[in-house]
Design a protein around this ligand. Structure first.
Ligand SMILES: [Zn+2]
Length: 69
């Protein structure tokens, strides 16, 4: 399990980046929505997309397998 966060502000392509709590590129907490303790990145990205009703994708640093931009 890992703690996941999603950026509240979208990237230029309209996607919201999902990070794990240990990511060194994690932005300041006030720009993040906490997703919870989740067993895998795929579920975290799905949860982020449902929560925000927007596209979500992985971070190039901590969740690159799910990076879509
Ligand atoms: Zn990250």
């Amino acid at each position: 399990m890992a703690e996941f966060y999603v950026e509240i502000n979208a990237q230029g392509n309209g996607e919201h980046v999902v990070h794990i709590s240990e990511c060194s590129l994690l932005p300041s907490k006030e720009t993040l929505q906490y997703l919870g303790s989740i067993s895998n990145t795929k579920s975290a990205v799905k949860k982020a997309a449902e929560l925000l009703r927007k596209q979500a994708g992985g971070c190039s640093h901590c969740t690159p397998a799910y990076q879509t931009f």
